[in-house]
Ligand binder design. Structure first.
Ligand SMILES: [Zn+2]
Length: 215
């Protein structure tokens, strides 16, 4: 199994667009350190068979796949519905063309509803020929499912991400926890024996929003 981290940045990426000179906002990150240029969070898990599972399709997906020379994936698993994890869904039409088939998408009922609302054109019935837009093959999951995807055994576990749940993912002795603030005891149990755990870290302080904020 091989894991490629396509991106590990916050929702705006690093640097964020802006800054007095238009060169971006780096926050506490050193602009002279190339590793501080961070795209939006996503990974690819590749089985020994060569089958690849894409986790999330953020707005940087196209450049990430080109950068890593990943020309095809065989399924997509969504951790949650935030835009920085789903906004690249349109780029998946290129994957459809490589596969010459609909692309299996795995998401919870809530996340699938959000995808269908934001990318309604992609979820219309497909004529069976041509990929002028993404053609998903939707599969609904729950956050405690054990799935056989892309020749991988994938164990999901529930995470809390402020107001919404997100999917934690375990494959063998590897686990991936993006956008997490809290794990239940059951979720920690699902991590038992993991040797490599990739965990998103956003800030030292507790995550909070102004009352009434929408995200
Ligand atoms: Zn998020």
């Amino acid at each position: 199994m091989k894991v490629t981290i396509l991106g590990c940045g916050g929702s705006g990426g690093v640097p964020m667009v802006g800054g007095a000179d238009g060169a971006g906002i780096w926050g506490l990150c050193d602009p002279t350190e190339p590793r501080n240029q961070r795209t939006r969070s996503s990974i690819v898990i590749e089985a020994d068979s060569g089958k690849r599972l894409l986790v999330d399709s953020g707005p940087d997906l196209r450049t990430q796949l080109l950068r890593e020379k990943i020309g095809v994936v065989h399924a997509v698993l969504y951790t949650h519905e935030h835009a920085d994890h789903v906004a690249g869904l349109d780029e998946l039409r290129a994957i459809n063309r490589m596969l010459d088939a609909p692309l299996p998408l795995y998401a919870t009922e809530t996340v699938m509803q959000e995808l269908e609302a934001r990318f309604s054109y992609a979820f219309r019935p497909w004529s069976g020929t041509g990929f002028f837009r993404p053609v998903p093959e939707p599969h609904k999951i729950t956050l405690t499912d054990r799935l056989a995807l892309c020749d991988l055994e994938v164990q999901l576990f529930e995470q809390r991400h402020y107001r919404i749940p997100t999917a934690g993912i375990r494959c063998g002795d590897f686990a991936y926890s993006t956008d997490v603030e809290h794990l239940s005891e059951d979720s920690f149990l699902a991590l038992k024996g993991v040797r490599t755990w990739v965990v998103g870290c956003f800030q030292y302080e507790h995550m909070w929003l102004m009352p009434g904020s929408i995200w």
